[in-house]
Design a binder for this molecule. Structure first.
Ligand code: TXA
Ligand code: MG
Length: 320
């Protein structure tokens, strides 16, 4: 596996039907041409991902979207104009030019215009869009740096990682669908529900009981190996486990724990949730390399990006 910044090299692997890792503003992805069935199949094999879980299609500009969708709901246009390029994925009826192996046989496609200069340049140099899921084994924490992709796939047949530095958002895109004129959030993400509602009014949040079940909603996802415990009462936990070797993730001012072995990790001194988002996965991945008994974190206030952070933490949490 090679890590580098050579767009022509990445393009030549893609054009040969192979898979390359690419940087985006959200998380790294494993990309193949939507027209290469071999490449798409390889993505599923590399991730160990069920074939029933569709891939997001990435295009270079908003204008390009109309080539690949059958219908553009009015509210989708509003959201595209406001947030694209950027961390939002719109699920729309697909054009028949998108092969069914990209969407797991569904008639809709999740489409997104990324906002990372290297990735956009790569897309512009290619004859067709790129399908890309996050660059991690299925159910593992998403990669936000090239080195994370390297350690996940170093023993696999992944020829190239396009290194675009650390992802600025660090959280996956928000996935939005349109059902009978209603806007439905399939996955909360880097664009907040409040940002969306300001433009299109009240939205619905899909639950696992909704008819359209987005596999990103499966409860166990984004999971580190070390038990992660989200609790309002960290002190109660450390008192109950005085000998445990724990790391407390926090923002703002540190609250001393009664456990002497505690390691403290500040995710944002200024309580800035965007900064927390940027650093969360990288921090979890780094802590996973050490042998803590548990990682402890308080839930964030349930508004704005706090909703997304709590969602990802809940999915990564070992329920007690
Ligand atoms: O930020 C992101 O969205 C990253 C970067 C690489 O673009 N990609 C990403 O892909 O997170 P992935 O595959 O890890 O998660 C995408 C989610 C999956 O849960 C999939 O089920 C859902 O999007 N999805 C894709 N196409 C869909 C569709 N047509 N309808 C409903 N859900 C869809
Ligand atoms: Mg993923």
């Amino acid at each position: 596996m090679e890590i580098g910044t050579n767009i022509q090299k990445a393009a030549s692997f893609i054009n040969a039907g192979d898979v390359v890792a690419i940087p985006t503003e959200t998380v790294y992805g494993l990309a193949a041409s939507i027209l290469s069935e071999k490449g798409i199949q390889k993505i599923y094999e590399l991730k160990g991902r069920p074939k029933t879980n569709p891939l997001i299609v990435h295009v270079a500009s908003i204008e390009e979207i109309s080539k690949w969708v059958e219908v553009w709901p009015e509210k989708a246009k509003i959201l595209a104009d406001a947030f694209m390029p950027g961390p939002i994925t719109l699920v729309m009826p697909k054009s028949n030019k998108i092969p069914h192996y990209v969407t797991s046989g569904q008639d809709t496609v999740g489409i997104r215009v990324p906002n990372h200069p290297l990735f956009v340049e790569l897309l512009k140099s290619l004859p067709a869009p790129l399908a890309a899921p996050s660059a991690n084994p299925s159910n593992a924490t998403s990669a936000t740096q090239a080195k994370h992709v390297f350690s996940y796939f170093k023993n696999k047949d992944l020829p190239y990682v396009l290194d675009g530095g650390a992802c600025v958002n660090g959280l996956e895109s928000t996935i939005v669908g349109f059902e009978k004129n209603e806007v439905v959030i399939y996955r909360v993400g880097a664009i907040t529900i409040e940002q969306i509602e300001r433009l299109v009014g009240k939205v619905k949040r899909a639950t696992t009981k909704s008819p359209t079940l987005t596999p990103g909603m499966f409860t166990r996802h984004y999971a580190p190996q070390t038990p992660l415990i989200m609790t309002d009462d960290i002190d109660a936990y450390t008192k109950q486990h005085p000998e445990a070797n724990v790391a407390i993730l926090y923002t703002g001012k540190k609250k001393e724990s009664s456990n002497v072995k505690t390691t403290y990790i500040n995710l944002s001194e200024s309580d800035n949730l965007e900064e927390v988002g940027q650093r969360l996965y990288a921090t979890l991945l780094a802590l996973d390399e050490q042998s803590y008994d548990a990682l402890l974190i308080q839930p964030f206030p349930s508004t704005d990006l706090g909703i997304t952070l709590n969602d990802r933490l809940t999915r990564a949490t070992t329920k007690k």
